[in-house]
Design a protein around this ligand. Structure first.
Ligand code: IMP
Ligand code: MG
Length: 174
């Protein structure tokens, strides 16, 4: 491996298998309905593009960009929207697609925002969860993997904008 400072935590094969399972579950849960997959940029882009192709339902794809204020390792809890899609959320079944739920502020704020916009339903699909880091409680209806409190990169997740293209999720040893 060219990245000597990264230890593989979830292989590409393991991720692909879990993505298929989550997609099958979503396909069953929303049978006969349409959904909007709403991904958070940039981290969820790769996960969303993989899971979207495994879901056997009519779907729309949208993205938004949110950031916890300051963009530091310790968030203040204030979430800012940097980009929002120009669609009407009213009456839509939204599945919020996140790369990772860490402290929980982003997911919570987004769910609140979408319900205010009168979405018919809002569920959360997250590739990763770091439960040890949670500050506010978040329900994750579709979870890929629960992981220990380590900084991870790959499969969409970055460190200073690098490593998003790694096909696996690995622990970054700084
Ligand atoms: P939170 O749940 O509001 O704390 O926000 C989670 C966001 O923090 C994610 O969408 C990621 O952008 C970032 N993040 C948290 N933990 C990690 C990590 O281990 N690697 C890369 N990004 C992370
Ligand atoms: Mg990041």
């Amino acid at each position: 491996m060219i990245y000597e400072n990264i230890e593989i935590l979830l292989s590409a094969e393991k991720i692909a298998a879990r993505v298929k399972e989550l997609a099958a579950q979503i396909t069953r849960d929303y049978a006969g309905e349409g959904i909007v997959l709403l991904g958070t940029l940039k981290g969820a882009a790769i996960f969303l593009s993989d899971i979207a192709r495994e879901i056997d339902l009519p779907i729309e794809i949208e993205f938004l960009k949110a950031s916890s204020y300051g963009d530091k390792s310790e968030s203040s809890g204030e979430v800012r929207f940097e980009y929002l899609p120009e669609i009407d959320f009213r009456g839509k079944n939204i599945i919020l697609v996140e790369d990772i739920v860490d402290m929980g502020y982003t997911a919570n704020r987004l769910r609140e925002f979408l319900l205010q916009k009168n979405a018919a339903s809002v569920k959360l699909c997250a590739l990763l969860d770091k439960p040890e880091r949670r500050k506010v409680s978040v329900e994750i209806e579709y979870l890929g993997f629960s992981i220990p409190d380590e900084f991870v990169v790959g499969y969409g997740l970055d460190y200073a904008q690098r490593y998003r293209n790694l096909p696996f999720v690995g622990i970054l040893k700084l």
